[in-house]
Design a protein around this ligand. Structure first.
Ligand SMILES: NC(=O)c1ccc[n+]([C@@H]2O[C@H](COP(=O)([O-])OP(=O)(O)OC[C@H]3O[C@@H](n4cnc5c(N)ncnc54)[C@H](OP(=O)(O)O)[C@@H]3O)[C@@H](O)[C@H]2O)c1
Length: 387
């Protein structure tokens, strides 16, 4: 049996984190979990440390470190904050970035600078830092494999594509969207959406932030930006198609009109296992389908009028530079306010649009510039929340 691959799983206590652990439990000989991190759920973090005998654990603050120290053996190294995350991301042969939001940036940059394979769930870091990620990605050995199911599908459908920059044999990438819980709703109904409504996703069970993003279609907007940065295809060649069954995870249309799609039952353990197992496929059939049972696959255009987040994302892609970082930061502030009952659902995208009206072009050449832009967008978003 070859030496196990060292896996660092950052954001281990969340939805993607827990599903990654399920894959690792089935593959104990193949993978060794060497580093984990969490946010608020310290008892869950300690339980993961015990189960997998993890040697290094990351937490957000020194207060979290003190609380965790009481729950894990003294031999466990506890690291803190962005620096801690960055050092853990340099520990694995494979680094799973399952942190939510801009907080995942040190993991993305750290893993790539260390020349690791980055299994990327945290789309916000790539969206915000695309020019900087492109530089870090040139490190010898560094590789990004997308956990996001749509991007994992495109990654697989591009397997036979030209390797020339921009994939000239590809006409367009087709990102599928479930449409979220409010597909087909009109403006009047949307004005009455509650927190509970927004957290009820029809096909996927996920963390709260991405579930709200799916309800506004901002998640799909972020995914357009993510796909553009990942595959080097401009946003004008990336289309969104609503596919309520979430069976076709995305598609690639080639210049000869041929369309390749990747299908499975919706189960995030499949893309996670794909990213961990590469270049092999792990034999678990997470998403296996029963074609004999009979089912429908339908496709329709998104309602851009009812869900303006999509157009905001395409505009941010057109502007480039720091515009996607502003979009994502403003959205994080607005979604957080919605989850705290400080903002109505419809106002989430209004806040983002108001922030984007003040965007000042910046090419985003340095990490310092990114943090400055992120802080500016967050300040403007906070200023647009109701008092
Ligand atoms: N869930 C899905 O099916 C899915 C699918 C595709 C892509 N994604 C992407 O994957 C990422 C994770 O999503 P999720 O649904 O797994 O989110 P989640 O359930 O909210 O989990 C987020 C993880 O990040 C940790 N965390 C939160 N804030 C942090 C901070 N400031 N610093 C360090 N760690 C922090 C959380 O810790 P605590 O829980 O301990 O507080 C948790 O471990 C997101 O970028 C999302 O867009 C998710």
């Amino acid at each position: 049996m070859p030496t196990p691959q060292r896996v660092a799983l950052l954001g281990a206590t969340g939805s993607i984190g827990r599903q990654t652990l399920e894959v690792l439990r089935r593959e104990r000989a193949r993978f060794q979990l060497v580093a984990i991190s969490g946010g608020e759920r310290l008892s869950e973090l300690a339980a993961i440390q015990r189960e997998f005998a993890v040697k290094r654990v990351g937490v957000k603050t020194s207060a979290h470190r003190d609380a965790l120290a009481a729950l894990v053996p003294a031999s466990v190294e506890i690291v803190v904050g962005d620096e801690g995350l960055s050092s853990l991301a340099r520990d694995g042969d494979v680094v799973v970035n399952a942190v939510v939001g801009f907080a995942g940036l040190p993991v993305t940059i750290g893993a790539l600078e260390a020349g690791a394979r980055l299994a990327l769930a945290n789309k916000e870091s790539l969206v915000a830092a695309a020019p900087l990620v492109a530089t870090a990605r040139r490190t010898t050995g560094a590789q990004i494999v997308p956990v996001d199911s749509e991007h994992c599908a495109i990654y697989q459908c591009l397997a036979g594509a030209s390797t020339l920059p921009g994939h000239p044999d590809v006409r367009r990438l087709l990102l599928t969207a479930s449409g979220g819980p409010f597909r087909g709703w009109g403006h009047e109904q949307l004005a009455r959406v509650t927190r509970a409504d927004a957290l009820r996703h029809p096909t996927w069970s996920m963390g709260e932030k991405i579930t709200v993003d799916s309800s506004t279609l901002m998640n799909k907007g972020l995914e357009v930006l993510e796909a553009s940065a990942l595959f080097g295809v401009e946003a004008a060649r990336i289309d969104v198609v609503v596919h309520p069954q979430s069976i076709v995870h995305s598609m690639v249309e080639y210049v000869d009109g041929s369309v390749l799609a990747q299908m499975s039952r919706p189960d995030m353990r499949l893309p996670i296992a794909y990213c961990l197992g590469l270049p092999e496929r792990l034999d678990h059939a997470w998403g296996a389908m029963d074609f004999a049972s009979g089912f429908e696959l339908t496709f329709e255009a998104p309602d851009r009028d009812a869900f303006p987040a999509l157009d905001l994302a395409y505009e941010a892609a057109r502007l480039g530079g720091a515009a996607p970082a502003w979009l994502s930061a403003a959205n994080e502030v607005a979604v957080d306010a919605f989850l705290r009952d400080r903002l109505r659902w419809r106002e989430i995208v209004d806040v983002v649009a108001a922030v984007m009206d003040h965007y000042v072009a910046d090419p985003l050449n340095t990490l310092e510039a990114l943090y400055d832009n992120d802080a500016t967008a967050r300040r403007l978003a906070a200023g647009n929340l109701p008092r």
